[in-house]
Write a protein that binds this ligand. Structure first.
Ligand code: G6P
Ligand code: MG
Length: 218
C-alpha cells in the first residue's frame, strides 16, 4: 500500500523549471553556446554544477575554464535565478498542487522533498509551503545527482518507509529514472514521450489527484 509521496519541486509543485531554463539559456548565450530544446530538457533535474558541465560540453568548451571560473559562472546563474525566485508568491503554485497536497495531508500520507535544488527551502517559503515539507533531502549530502536513485532512496528513508510504499513525482526524465532505480512508483508530469519510463504520466499538474492515481494502481 502507498503511504508516502516523495516530491520533486521544480516543474512539479511550481514552474521554476522555466526560471532555471531561462537563467541557463542566458548563461549559454553569454558563453557562445547554442541553446536547443534538447539541451534545455536534458538539464531538468540536474544539479547546478552538472548542468553547467552539460552546457559547456554542448559547446565543446568544457576544457576552456578553470574550476574556479566554473564556480563563478554557476554562481552568476544562481544570482539571476534567485532574483526571479524572490518575485514568486503562492500564486506560483502549479494548478491543483495545493489542493493535492492538502488532500494528501488530510488523508494521512507522508510527504518528503527530493529536489536537487539548494534553493528548495527558499522556493517553498515564497510559495507558503514550508510547513508541508519538514522532511527535505539535503542535496549537499548526495554522492550522486539524478538520474542516480540516491535522492529518492533518501526521500523514502526520511519517511521511514519502504520505497515500495512511496510514489515519486517528477517532471524530468532524469528524475523518473531516479525514482524507478529507487524502487518507488514513478509519476511523471509532462510529455508522455519524454517521460515514457514512468509508471504513470499526467499531462499537467491539474490531473494529479488521488482518484486519478488510484486508476493506475492495482
Ligand atoms: C532542480 C532543477 C534543476 C536545477 C537543480 C539545482 O533539479 O530541476 O534545473 O539545476 O535543481 O538547483 P539549484 O537551485 O541548486 O541551482
Ligand atoms: Mg523537476
Amino acid at each position: 500500500d502507498i503511504k508516502g509521496f516523495v516530491f520533486d519541486l521544480d516543474g512539479v509543485i511550481t514552474d521554476t523549471s522555466i526560471l532555471h531554463g531561462t537563467a541557463w539559456h542566458q548563461l549559454a548565450d553569454s558563453l557562445g553556446v547554442t541553446w536547443t530544446k534538447e539541451l534545455g530538457d536534458g538539464l531538468k533535474g540536474i544539479s547546478r554544477m552538472d548542468s553547467l558541465e552539460m552546457i559547456l560540453k554542448a559547446g565543446h568548451k568544457e576544457n576552456d575554464y578553470t574550476q574556479a571560473q566554473k564556480e563563478e559562472l554557476a554562481a552568476q546563474k544562481n544570482t539571476n535565478y534567485v532574483a526571479e525566485v524572490d518575485k514568486m508568491t503562492p500564486a506560483n503554485i502549479l494548478p491543483g498542487m495545493k489542493a493535492f497536497l492538502d488532500d494528501l495531508r488530510a488523508k494521512g500520507y507522508q510527504l518528503s522533498l527530493a529536489s536537487a535544488s539548494k534553493n528548495a527551502p527558499r522556493v517553498l517559503g515564497k510559495l507558503g509551503l514550508t510547513d508541508y515539507f519538514p522532511k527535505i533531502v539535503d542535496p549537499a549530502s548526495l554522492k550522486h545527482g539524478k538520474p542516480d536513485p540516491e535522492i529518492y532512496t533518501k526521500g523514502a528513508e526520511l519517511l521511514n518507509l519502504d520505497p515500495a510504499q512511496c510514489i515519486g513525482l517528477e517532471d524530468a526524465a532524469a528524475g523518473v529514472q531516479a525514482i524507478n532505480g529507487a524502487g518507488e512508483t514513478s509519476l511523471g508530469i509532462g510529455d508522455a514521450t519524454e517521460l515514457g519510463a514512468a509508471d504513470m504520466v499526467f499531462a499537467d499538474t491539474s490531473a494529479v489527484t488521488l482518484a486519478n492515481i488510484a486508476k493506475h494502481l492495482d
